[in-house]
Design a protein around this ligand. Structure first.
Ligand SMILES: [Zn+2]
Length: 142
C-alpha cells in the first residue's frame, strides 16, 4: 500500500489556478472567492503536500476525489491535439496546458464518437455516454 498525501479540493484548485493557469494570487483568490492571504495559505499548504508526494514518493490524492474524477469535462487543443480533463465546477480553461494555444474546444462526447485524432480509446461508446450524463446531472445539482 502506497502512503497518501491528501490534497483538499481548495488546494487542488489553488494549484490549478496559480501554477497551471499562471494567475496572480490576487486573481486566483478572486476566482476562488477567498481573501488573498487565505489563498496564500491554501497554495502554501498545497505546494508542501505536492512536494512531499514528489520527494517521498507518496500517492497524491484529492479529497472527494472519486466524485471529482467521475465528473470530468474533456477539452481538446486544435493546435497540438493535446486533450485533457478538468472536473466540473471550475472554470473553462483559457489555454492549452501543453502549447498555450487559445484554440481549444470542449470535446464533444455527447454527440457520439468524436472523429479524428486525439480520441481516447475505449471511452467512445454509448454505454459510457449514458453514465456520463447521469454523473453530469448529479454534478450540476451539486
Ligand atoms: Zn495545444
Amino acid at each position: 500500500m502506497l502512503e497518501e498525501v491528501v490534497l483538499t479540493i481548495d488546494e487542488f484548485e489553488a494549484v490549478r489556478l496559480a501554477d497551471l493557469e499562471n494567475l496572480y494570487q490576487e486573481e486566483a483568490a478572486e476566482k476562488m472567492k477567498v481573501s488573498r492571504p487565505t489563498f496564500g495559505r491554501i497554495i502554501d499548504s498545497a505546494h508542501k503536500k505536492v512536494a512531499e508526494a514528489l520527494v517521498t514518493g507518496k500517492a497524491l490524492k484529492i479529497e472527494g476525489g472519486e466524485f471529482e474524477m467521475a465528473a470530468m469535462r474533456k477539452f481538446k487543443c486544435y493546435e497540438c491535439n493535446h486533450s485533457w480533463e478538468l472536473p466540473y465546477g471550475i472554470g473553462r480553461p483559457e489555454n492549452c496546458p501543453s502549447c498555450k494555444s487559445g484554440n481549444i474546444h470542449r470535446a464533444q462526447e455527447d454527440k457520439g464518437c468524436a472523429s479524428g485524432v486525439g480520441r481516447v480509446q475505449g471511452s467512445c461508446c454509448r454505454g459510457t455516454q449514458q453514465k456520463q450524463k447521469r454523473k453530469r446531472n448529479m454534478t450540476e445539482a451539486f
